[in-house]
Ligand binder design. Sequence first.
Ligand code: UGA
Length: 423
Amino acid sequence: MRVTVFGCGYVGLVTGACLSELGHVVECIDIDADKVATLQSGTVPFFEPGIDALLQNKNLSFSTKATAPDLCIIAVGTPLAENGSADLSQVFAVTDLISVMEKPPKAIVMKSTVPPGTTAKIAARTGLETISNPEFLRQGSAVQDFMQPDRLVIGASSKRGFALMEQLYAPLNLPAERIVNTSTNSAELTKYAANVFLTTKLAFVNELALYCETVGADIDEVTKGIGLDTRIGNQFLQAGPGIGGSCFPKDIRALAFQSKALNHHLEIVQAVIASNDTHQNAMLQKIVNMCGGSVSGKRVAIFGVTFKAETDDLRNSVSTVIIPALQNLGAKITATDPMGMENGKTCFNGVEWKKDPYLAVESADVVVVLTEWELFRKIDLARLAEAMKAAKLVDLRNIYTGDQARGAGFEYDSIGRAGSIKG
Ligand code: UGA
């Protein structure tokens, strides 16, 4: 099939590159001419494991203008508007481009995350077959998620629509039970439901972690205990500093906004948003407590600014809350991150950057782990403690054990474990 993907962000690029790998002829379109030129030269403008190699595919091209494909896939951003709704302006701009194409495509496929009802609106606006096919790609493992998906969710309103999608994904050889064929509204809501459910799971674990501190329990053991119940499952139970990323915080707010506009209050959704904000404040308090009640004039070394490991993305990362808050309280910040330093430099003011974690802690009063990079797990804690002004460690990803950290000479705090200082 000839496919045009609109949007060369990580969803559009991974989708386009993977579809070309499946044998389709794909052009990826972006209005950013510099980005297109970078991609044409074979360079990926962000870090995503496995994507570079796919760019060599002869069936894949990049342009600022679309030609005449069979399918148009929309994979542009749907950021949060100021009022908390999903900003669909990029989606509608692309839709308008598609509707004036000389040879209209057989169908439009909506990959971007959009509120229920949007795909139907686009169908009405363009008069074209419009299919909802939400993406479930995690940054850091997006190529694998595309090639070996847990499921495909397809929302269409005609047999022809489902048949086109069957043709598109046939090379994945997915068993029928992993394909959910449904309406466009259900497909759109499935995407929100998945992200909001996962966010709810994490917010609950983070709340539980702080409750462990109150009752003297251990979150890692409690989550192990509940995770062995197959109805709960052992994934997505790692307590952390709070939920970040380009998707979860945006999607939960967009769903909250839509439900409010429809006068249908979703209580759990509201509670999860509030819980995550409270949790991030508790994390800040942990750092302050470790510094004896004030960070004013103290140097805080931050290990990890990206919203999780294996990405260079800082969008809605907890670091974007914690670092400015520490600075407001008078702290000086040194930060290190294996992949996030370039983006970090444009994101924060007044931060000193060090490539080497051992140099980052020099003259620091406390080191705070915000991202669970493998590099930090493997660090020589005794050497780190020695390099610091004061050997204090706040591990907000629980990547070390208390024995390891205290054994290396650290005063140590983590989340929801024995000896944790209440956040
Ligand atoms: C998320 C979903 O996992 C994907 O399925 C979805 O397709 C994607 O959003 C999207 O909507 O495009 P992603 O944002 O890449 O993917 O990140 P996750 O790996 O889900 O992590 C989100 C946040 O949860 C991060 O801040 C991470 O550190 C945190 N997290 C995750 C934890 O604190 N503990 C965990 O056990 C897992």
